[in-house]
Design a protein around this ligand. Structure first.
Ligand code: ATP
Length: 628
């Protein structure tokens, strides 16, 4: 189940309560935002003053035929128009930057939180959902802060001020106009409920769409190799269609409130016009008063019409804020202890003491995946961890660096529970290399020195040498060549060797290697193993092994079976005493044979393709010759 479907059901909180959670991020920008409100409100006051001048002009100079005064009134109206334009410009200048600062601050906090949250959080959250929160949701909040919030507040105040002026100009007409607000406000409440729901759906669906794009780009080779691009496109199209439908629902909701916001004031205006003309005909109102009334009403039309837009923007910002805080409120279950212990005089002993572990989403009826593992890897010893696929080997290694926390028992480094060490200390003592080697869009040097940026050039060279990664010196810019997603593409084996070099360069006292040689050919693996033996002579190592050659590296082997270590000994001891070990090792052989068969088939396919290409080329030449 994706995390979104569970988060959609978040309890409905008031819009103001939700948006006020932005306060810590907005605090520094508040002076400019308040300044923009004041300036914008001044522009509204100036706009509302123009009808007053018009009233004076119609009832005074125009009625008296005083040309000088008419010119004076026209000059004042022009000057007020210029002042209003300058104030609007000032408002724009004031709101230009604060939103961007808030957005940057929130994005940095979100990134820091994502780095801090445990792997179990990332297991549950699709990447597109996180991406859409970090990009489009924060973008919505910035636009609302710079534009929506200021104009919403100013428009409401302008409307209140405008209605007071209308009532003071003519209370009968003013009250007719004000009465129109009642159905509009009632409709706004219904709109808020409806729009909040559809805005949430749209933002979640946009996140799901981002996940699909991310997955299909990431897995483009698999999709192409299996000829599933068309299927992926169909799935994407149906998701995009769903989002389009939701966006149309949103647009319809906005159109609905817009209809109310234009129709009702226009109707009120029409009624005011009829009543106003009648009042003027009876002498109860002057022509100037009517001109001022309708000019003021016209000034109020934009704030009324735009209210639907700003209301929708505010609700979008509310949803974006809710989605942002869903990540920020996620509790980090793997934190540093209040007063961390430290390993004094450690030699690199790694021990598992009745360790239990189960994944959060494991069915209750299932036993613990790690169901009481007790094992000690002595300082300087190399222990291979062997077991059937899915027996929990990777999971057990992940407990050493607290990628997950044990659910029972303890993992200890030199006698200290890993949960009592600061995460920084723990991760300098233990370095890991995984089967799936991840490289970042950085230079080779930065990738290898990820765990120890201050390592010397000699250490870097040595780590590359041990991991048989000297190929990096032949890259276009050597160690300064950018690799990873945005850089040079490397083969699976090359990536694994760099990831291994990264673990070695960190110079930990304990190395945990989760099948890091699986993508290497037999010859390179033998070279890496020979070099690794030198490092492993002084370093404690726990190595997940899937090949007999990796097992051969180890001093002892631990057999993981049904969540427990059921046998520990040398390879030959276990071969002699454990039927399950013999079974696991024979499955290795079967795997290797399958791999070799696959490699052979690949080579045959390649040859056949080459032959076909040559034949096609020859055929092409012959056809051309015939044609000519
Ligand atoms: N993040 C996760 N969330 C839930 N279950 C998981 C997670 N990772 C692994 N599992 C489950 O835990 C079990 C053990 O997985 P693990 O990767 O530790 O096995 P393994 O022995 O390393 O397998 P292999 O030899 O195939 O690499 C599997 O059944 C797997 O489905």
């Amino acid at each position: 189940m994706s995390e979104t479907s569970s988060t959609t059901a978040a309890p409905a909180a008031g819009t103001v309560a939700v948006l006020s959670r932005l306060r810590p991020y907005v605090q520094a920008a508040l002076p400019r935002i308040y300044g923009a409100m004041v300036v914008s409100l001044s522009a509204s006051v100036v706009a509302l003053a123009i009808p007053q001048v018009l009233q004076w002009m119609v009832d005074g100079p125009l009625a008296d035929g005083d040309a000088n005064q008419i010119w004076l009134a026209a000059g004042i109206v022009l000057a007020l128009g210029v002042v209003e334009a300058v104030l609007i410009g000032a408002r724009r200048a004031l709101v230009l930057t604060p939103g961007t600062h808030v957005e940057a601050r929130m994005r940095n906090s979100l990134y820091a939180q994502l780095q801090d949250l445990p792997v179990s959080f990332h297991d549950r959250w699709p990447s597109g959902q996180l991406l859409s929160r970090a990009v489009s949701d924060l973008n919505l909040i910035r636009r609302w802060l710079s534009f929506g919030l200021v104009l919403l507040v100013v428009n409401v105040l302008t409307l209140i001020g405008g209605v007071i002026i209308l009532i003071s100009l003519n209370w009968v007409l003013g009250l007719i106009f004000a009465a129109a607000a009642v159905p509009v406000i009632a409709y706004s409440f219904a709109f808020e409920r409806k729009y909040s729901d559809v805005a949430r759906r749209s933002q979640d669906q946009a996140g799901d769409l981002a996940t699909s794009v991310e997955e299909s780009v990431h897995g483009i080779r698999v999709l192409k190799a299996f000829g599933r691009s068309r299927y992926a496109l169909k799935r994407f199209e149906s998701q995009a269609e769903q989002l389009r439908g939701t966006e149309i629902e949103k647009a319809k909701a906005i159109a609905g409130i817009w209809l109310y916001l234009t129709l009702i004031p226009d109707l009120a205006f029409g009624v005011c016009l009829v009543v106003g003309v009648w009042l003027a005909s009876t002498g109860a109102s002057s022509v100037g008063e009517l001109v001022a009334f309708f000019a003021t009403g016209t000034v109020l039309l934009f704030p009324i019409w735009s209210m639907g837009y700003f209301l929708a923007m505010t609700l979008d910002a509310k949803t974006a804020t809710l989605r942002f805080f869903e990540v920020m409120d996620s509790v980090n279950t793997i934190e540093d202890p209040a007063s961390p212990s430290t390993v004094v005089d450690g030699h690199g002993e790694l021990s598992f003491d009745d360790v239990h572990f189960r994944y959060q989403d494991a069915p209750e009826s299932f036993p613990d995946l790690i169901d009481g593992v007790t094992l000690t890897v002595e300082p300087g010893e190399t222990m291979a961890l062997v077991g059937l696929t899915g027996s929990g080997k990777s999971t057990l290694t992940a407990l050493t660096t607290r990628l997950y926390d044990v659910t029972g028992g303890a993992v200890r480094v030199d006698g200290v529970d890993v949960r009592d060490l600061s995460r920084d200390e723990l991760r300098t003592r233990i370095a890991m290399a995984f089967e799936e080697a991840t490289l970042f869009s950085q230079t080779v040097r930065e990738n290898v020195l990820l765990g120890r940026p201050d390592a010397s050039e000699d250490d870097l060279r040595e780590a590359l040498e041990i991991a048989q990664a000297s190929f990096v010196y032949d890259l276009p810019l050597g160690l300064d060549t950018k690799v990873g997603e945005e850089g040079l593409s490397l083969s699976g084996g090359q990536r694994q060797r760099l990831a291994l070099a990264r673990a070695i360069a960190a110079r930990p006292s304990i190395l945990v290697l989760d099948d890091p040689l699986s993508a290497l050919d037999v010859d390179t693996e033998a070279l890496v193993e020979a070099a690794l033996r030198r490092v492993l002579a002084t370093t404690t190592a726990l190595i997940v092994a899937h090949r007999p050659s990796t097992v051969a590296l180890a001093d002892r082997v631990a057999l993981l079976e049904n969540g427990r270590v059921t046998a520990v000994g040398t390879h030959s001891e276990l071969l002699a005493t454990s039927p399950h070990y013999r079974f696991v090792i024979s499955s290795f052989d079967a795997d290797e044979r399958a791999e070799a068969r696959e490699a052979e088939e690949r080579a045959e396919r390649h040859d056949a393709e080459e032959r076909a290409e040559i034949r096609d080329a020859e055929l092409g030449i012959t056809t051309k010759e015939v044609a000519s």
